[in-house]
Design a protein around this ligand. Structure first.
Ligand SMILES: Cc1ncc(COP(=O)(O)O)c(C=O)c1O
Length: 424
């Protein structure tokens, strides 16, 4: 069933989120910053607390009962994530967040290159790494650094004045020399959904591996790595109801096992001598040291929570809010929404430039009304520069967001122009 959530269902969901019980500056909190990090429901908080209260123990070490229980729950959580994204369990690597997941791949590639490793994950001078002009810094800087370490060249698929990816440039940007194509599934600034199939098809044509930044998609829609056909995919738990400190790297088994480990130490080895070490296969080869056990278990609880609602229904709910947001903002004079318009493929997220007012002032004005929104460059300076602005104000929705909250945001944006005296 793909029907959007009924108001009563959203009301029931909201009752699970303690953060929503509070007032901010004398107003009920309107939390429109889920793109940065989501709120957490009681079920997830309880799962994390229960682990510490009953099963607290290090995993994959120790023969006692609690250690075995902790290990079982930790690996069950991995199985939950794997099922959720259509991967095998040994293709799911725990990281701290998406940023670490992307860095793991980039460092692995340069380590493999330095050792003359497997072709699929090696780069030489003259090879090309391709990103898009709409990347979050987390999916840009690791590739800049990889290019610097290997002598590869970084290229990018540009966006046009309207903030649309210029797909007519795909073939000339992803050339026969491309070895890695890294791109975002959903832009954290524009809310637009990338045409994964077209980009992956071109990458496959030239034999490049693909890395998908799924930070803004996995929490909000059904995502299946097998049908997307990407080689690597990264996302963060904290944007999908789970605590901070847990992220996921999906990787194709053969590619993961071709990558040297990113971090080394305990729990990722088979045999160690004073001279050298043999590493376990993925995922353990990438999970050195004491793991984020409570966070992984809480992420599994978050997935259970999301699946009980249904990812298709969540996507439908947020798409409806996204259209309302985009239509409302488009009607305000002097306000420019960045990126594609309401009828494009987009999620429930919109960033605006309010003419004559710095985004930090807009953010302060919104906060005075109890509205939490994100201001600044949202870790996407090149994209803002391309669109001719230095910063913007972003509203991003989630399962608990109501139409009334979206309307409050639109009204406040309109009123900010009067407040700061910038109406013509
Ligand atoms: C599109 C995108 N990529 C990457 C990241 C980085 O996520 P994290 O800071 O959790 O590693 C974010 C977070 O805002 C994001 O929105």
């Amino acid at each position: 069933m793909n029907t959007a959530l009924a108001p009563a269902e959203v009301g029931a969901i909201r009752a699970d989120f303690p953060s929503l019980e509070q007032e901010v500056n004398g107003h009920p909190l309107a939390y429109l910053d889920s793109g940065a990090t989501s709120l957490k429901p009681r079920q997830v908080l309880d799962a994390e607390r229960e682990f510490y209260e009953r099963h607290n123990s290090a995993v994959h070490r120790g023969a006692h009962t609690l250690a075995a229980l902790a290990t079982e729950r930790f690996e069950d959580a991995r199985a939950t994530v794997a099922r959720f994204i259509g991967a095998a369990e040994d293709e799911v690597v725990w990281t701290s967040n998406a940023t670490e997941a992307i860095n793991l791949v980039a460092y692995g590639i340069s380590a493999a290159s330095a050792r003359g490793g497997a072709d699929a994950v090696s780069l030489r001078a003259g090879d090309e790494i391709v990103v898009t002009e709409q990347e979050h810094h987390a999916n840009l800087i690791p590739w800049q650094e990889l290019a610097a370490r290997t002598g590869a060249t970084l290229r990018f698929i540009p966006v046009d004045d309207a903030g649309e990816l210029m797909l007519d440039r795909l073939d000339e940007t992803i050339t026969e020399r491309a070895r890695v194509v890294a791109f975002t599934h959903v832009s954290n600034v524009l809310g637009s959904i990338s045409p994964v199939d077209r980009i992956v098809a071109r990458a496959r044509e030239v034999g490049a591996i693909t890395v998908l930044d799924a930070c803004q998609s996995v929490p909000h829609m059904a995502v299946d790595v097998a049908s997307l056909d990407v080689d690597f995919m990264a996302f963060s738990g904290h944007k999908m109801l789970a605590p901070t400190g847990i992220g996921v790297l999906y990787g194709r088994r053969e590619l993961l096992n071709a990558l040297p480990p990113f971090l080394t130490g305990g729990s990722m080895i088979t045999t160690v001598t004073m001279e050298r070490a043999e590493y376990l296969p993925a995922p353990q080869r990438f999970e050195a040291g004491t793991q984020r056990v409570s966070q992984a278990i809480a992420l599994a609880a978050a997935i259970d929570y999301l699946e009980a609602i249904g990812m298709h229904r969540i996507a439908a709910h947020e798409a409806t809010l996204g259209v309302r947001l985009a239509d409302g903002l488009a009607a305000i004079e002097g306000v420019r929404m960045l990126g594609p318009r309401a009828d494009a493929e987009r999620v429930g997220l919109a960033s605006v430039d309010v003419a004559g007012i710095h985004s930090h002032d807009v953010g302060q004005f919104l906060d005075d009304r109890g509205i939490a929104a994100r201001v600044g460059h949202h870790c996407a300076q090149p994209l803002h520069r391309r669109l001719g602005v230095t910063s913007s104000t972003r509203a991003s929705t989630y399962i608990y967001t109501t139409e009334e909250e979206v309307d409050r945001f639109i009204e406040a944006i309109a009123d900010s122009r009067d407040f700061f005296g910038v109406r013509p």
